[in-house]
Design a protein around this ligand. Structure first.
Ligand SMILES: [Cu+2]
Length: 506
C-alpha cells in the first residue's frame, strides 16, 4: 500500500469517528512516487458511482430536513450530526451524465452527479462541509451568496490554498440567511464542466403564503462537439442547454395537483442569461439569490430573467389544468445539439457567396450533403437519433439532391421510419424548396425514450416540442395526479430510497 492510499484510509477513519482536526486547512496528499492520481480505494476515474451506497445508507439512517424541495433528476446530499453540527461530505470528481437517452457526456461534478447533489438546511444551522478532491487538478468550493467568514469563502489564493488532487478541505460555518443559494467550484472552467449544486436554506419563520410544491431547477449550458463527449469550456457558443443536468424532453415534468400553490426556484451558472417563461399562468417573483423578497416588491410576470449567478424564486396558484411549457425563451436554447441545418445552409449550392472564413463559420456547403459522413459533424450533426444520412429526419430527406436520387417509394419508406413523420401536417409539399428559408424546424418526438411516471397521460408526440432548456408544469386533475403518484411509488425500488433519475442510464 503506498503512502497516499494509507493517508486516505486514515483520513476516512477519522471522518467516520467525527474527529476532524483539519478545519479550514487544505491537506496535501503524500506523493505516491508512481506518477498516478491519488484515488481512494474503489474510486475509478469517470465512474462516479462509488458513493451511491454510502449515500443511501446515510439517508436510510434518517436525516431530518431533507427532501422538502424537489430537485428533479438530482439526489440529495445526506448529513450526519456531530455535536450539533451537520456534517456533509462533498466529493469533487469526474462523472458521466446523460442529457438525453444516448447522449452521455464526461462532466465534472460532485458525488457522482453533475449538477451536484442538493443541500437542504435550516436557517441557524451550523454546517461542516468536508470537501474531497478526486479531480486531476486543484479545486475549491465557493458558497454562493452565503455570508461566511472569509476563510470559508472558497476562493483559491485569496482566502485558502487550492485543494490539491487527492486533498481535502473542511469548511465550517453558521447559516443565518434563508432562501435559494448554491455552491460551485471557484475555478471558472470547472464551473463550465458542471460543478454546481443547490444549497437551500429554509427559514426559521415559514414563508407566507405556504406552498404545496417546492421545486428547484439548475440552468446550465455546454458546448459539446459532435462525436466528442467532453465539453469545450472555452467556447462562447453553446449547443446543449440543461435543466438539472437533463435536456428536454428528458427533463422531468413538474407535477402539481389542481389548486395547489407552487414555488419554482431557478439557479443559473453559465455564460448566458435565461428568460424563463411559463405558459398560461401568471406568477410572482418572491425571492432572489439573496433570499425572500418583501411582498411589497412582488409583481405579476410570466417570464423571469435568471441572469448568470442569480437565483429567482417564483410562486403561483396552479388553477388552470393543463400541461404548461416552462422554458428559456431564447430560441436557440429550446433545441438540442444545435445542428446547422436550417434554410439555405442545408442545401447544396444554396449557400451565400462569402469568404472562406464565413462559409466555414456558418456551415455553408460547397459539395456533398448536410447529412453525409463528411459534412455531418462539421454542421453540428451529432450522435444518436437523426445524426447520420441513413436516418431520415422530418423534412430533410424529402428535399435536396439525396432525396431526388431515390425512388418515391424508397423515400416514403424512409420517412415512415422517423417518429413524427406519420403525423398529420408533416408532409412536405413538392414545391417546398422554392420557398426562401426552407427548411427551418424539425419535429422529432421521442415519447417512449423519455417515458417516466411524470410523463404519464401526456398527449402523444408531446416530446417533439420540449427541447433544450424546457420542461412542463403539469397542473393535474386529482384522478390523473393520483395515478402518477401511484406509478412513482411503483417505480421506486428499495435500493433507491431517494429521488434518482430513472430510465436514463448515466
Ligand atoms: Cu436560455
Amino acid at each position: 500500500m503506498d503512502r497516499t492510499r494509507r493517508n486516505f484510509l486514515r483520513g476516512a477513519a477519522l471522518l467516520g469517528a467525527g474527529a476532524i482536526a483539519t478545519r479550514g486547512v487544505a491537506e496535501t496528499p503524500a506523493p505516491s512516487g508512481q506518477g498516478k492520481m491519488p484515488m481512494p480505494p474503489g474510486m475509478k476515474m469517470g465512474q462516479g458511482k462509488t458513493h451511491g451506497k454510502q449515500r443511501a445508507h446515510q439517508a436510510d439512517a434518517g436525516a431530518p430536513g431533507l427532501s422538502s424541495v424537489i430537485t428533479p433528476d438530482l439526489p440529495y446530499l445526506p448529513f450526519q450530526m456531530d455535536n450539533g453540527v451537520k456534517v456533509f461530505h462533498l466529493v469533487a470528481e469526474p462523472v458521466k451524465r446523460a442529457f438525453l437517452p444516448g447522449y452521455s457526456f464526461d462532466l465534472w461534478g460532485y458525488n457522482g452527479t453533475a449538477p451536484g447533489p442538493t443541500i437542504e438546511v435550516n436557517q441557524g444551522d451550523r454546517v461542516r462541509m468536508v470537501v474531497e478532491n478526486h479531480l486531476p487538478e486543484a479545486t475549491s468550493v465557493h458558497w454562493h451568496g452565503i455570508e461566511v467568514p472569509i476563510g470559508m469563502d472558497g476562493v483559491p489564493g485569496v482566502c485558502q490554498d487550492p485543494i490539491p488532487p487527492g486533498g481535502r478541505y473542511v469548511y465550517e460555518f453558521t447559516l443565518h440567511q434563508e432562501g435559494t443559494f448554491f455552491y460551485h467550484s471557484h475555478m471558472a472552467m470547472q464551473e463550465m464542466m458542471g460543478m454546481i449544486g443547490m444549497f437551500i436554506m429554509h427559514p426559521k419563520v415559514p414563508y407566507s403564503p405556504k406552498v404545496d410544491r417546492d421545486y428547484g431547477l439548475i440552468l446550465q449550458e455546454f458546448a459539446i462537439l459532435p462525436d466528442n463527449p467532453i465539453p469545450n469550456t472555452m467556447a462562447m457558443e453553446f449547443n446543449w442547454l440543461t435543466i438539472n443536468g437533463r435536456s428536454g424532453p428528458a427533463t422531468t415534468p413538474l407535477v402539481a395537483k389542481l389548486g395547489e400553490r407552487v414555488r419554482i426556484r431557478f439557479v443559473n451558472l453559465g455564460m448566458d442569461h435565461h428568460p424563463m417563461h411559463l405558459h398560461g399562468n401568471t406568477f410572482y417573483v418572491t425571492g432572489t439569490e439573496a433570499g425572500r423578497a418583501p411582498q411589497s416588491t412582488w409583481r405579476p410576470e410570466n417570464t423571469v430573467l435568471v441572469a448568470v449567478a442569480q437565483a429567482r424564486d417564483i410562486e403561483f396558484d396552479a388553477i388552470y389544468p393543463g400541461d404548461w411549457m416552462l422554458h428559456c425563451h431564447l430560441p436557440h436554447h429550446m433545441m438540442n445539439h444545435m445542428a446547422s441545418m436550417v434554410g439555405p445552409i442545408a442545401q447544396v449550392g444554396h449557400g451565400l457567396p462569402a469568404g472562406m472564413g464565413m462559409e466555414e463559420g456558418m456551415g455553408m456547403l460547397r459539395q456533398g450533403e448536410a447529412l453525409s459522413k463528411e459534412n455531418g459533424p462539421s454542421l453540428g450533426r451529432s450522435m444518436g437519433i437523426g445524426s447520420d444520412s441513413e436516418t431520415p429526419t422530418t423534412n430533410l430527406p424529402l428535399s435536396g439532391m439525396h432525396a431526388m436520387q431515390e425512388s418515391g417509394r424508397e423515400r416514403e419508406k424512409k420517412a415512415q421510419q422517423m417518429p413524427g413523420m406519420q403525423m398529420p401536417g408533416m408532409n412536405i409539399p413538392a414545391n417546398a424548396e422554392t420557398v426562401p428559408g426552407f427548411p427551418q424546424d424539425m419535429f422529432m418526438p421521442m415519447d417512449a425514450a423519455v417515458a417516466k411516471p411524470e410523463t404519464y397521460g401526456l398527449r402523444p408526440t408531446w416530446s417533439g416540442s420540449v427541447g433544450g432548456m424546457s420542461t412542463l408544469v403539469r397542473v393535474l386533475e386529482p384522478a390523473l395526479y393520483d395515478k402518477i403518484m401511484e406509478l412513482k411509488q411503483q417505480a421506486k425500488s428499495p435500493a433507491m430510497s431517494m429521488p434518482m433519475p430513472h430510465r436514463l442510464r448515466e
